[in-house]
Design a protein. Structure first.
Length: 229
């Protein structure tokens, strides 16, 4: 089986379950596992469809939020497209199990999915907010993977009644009195100066992939939360 992954977090996960030999193409943003050496096909939103075609994949993995539908539609003319959209860590565990089934790596996939379950027990209760952008300020609403990840560590998203990524001024969010504001360094590159300007407890900046990548990186994200709280 020949696979192209247009989702960096899925690329890492495929290698983690033991399916790395099937991966024949990756994006410019696929940085894990460290030292990965596979043909690059462009960005997550700017892939070269012709380059992907030349790699003769049987399957191309995409993510509904991260990749563009028009690219998936073009690829579907010559390869099977499998689209993912996990919004909870339970979705992530199921996705890893699915990948294990597709690639005949069931045992390792079950082990990794189980680690997600093992690490999701809440440690302490707290309220939080997570911005993903600054100009304008945008935040993770309640139906996002990031929100679910943190809530599985005992948090309560003060914007849980808002969908997707609402645009709300920083002062208005701080008026809700969050116990913690998390500052991942992607997609917006928040800095130490940004953290210092927020008058409540701030965790960050920290590597954004701990919050925004789903798959085996979810395990690292939960470990990070447990160690930071």
């Amino acid at each position: 089986m020949r696979v192209v992954s247009l989702v960096p977090s899925l690329t890492e996960t495929l290698f983690a379950i033991g399916a790395g030999d099937s991966v024949v193409g990756i994006t410019d943003f696929c940085i894990f596992p460290e030292g990965i050496d596979r043909p690059r096909v462009g960005g997550t939103k700017t892939p070269s469809i012709e380059r992907i075609r030349q790699l003769r994949p049987d399957i191309v993995y995409v993510n509904i939020e991260e990749n563009l539908k028009r690219h998936a539609d073009e690829i579907a003319r010559f390869a099977k497209v499998i689209a993912t959209e996990p919004k909870t860590i339970a979705d992530v565990a199921n996705m890893i199990t699915m990948l294990g089934s597709i690639h005949s790596c069931e045992a390792r996939a079950r082990e990794l999915a189980g680690q997600i379950t093992d690490h999701r027990q809440p440690t302490t209760e707290f309220t939080f907010a997570v911005p993903i952008w600054k100009k304008p300020w945008m935040w993770c609403g309640g139906d996002t993977y990031v929100s679910n990840l943190v809530e599985n560590a005992g948090g309560r998203n003060l914007l849980r009644d808002r969908d997707r990524y609402p645009s709300i001024d920083l002062a208005d969010v701080l008026a809700l009195r969050p116990d913690i504001v998390f500052l991942p360094d992607e997609p917006y590159p928040f800095t130490a100066a940004d953290a210092a300007a927020i008058k409540t407890r701030v965790i960050g900046p920290f590597p954004g992939h701990l919050f925004t990548w789903h798959g085996v990186r979810t395990i690292e994200g939960l470990r990070f939360l447990r160690s930071s709280l």
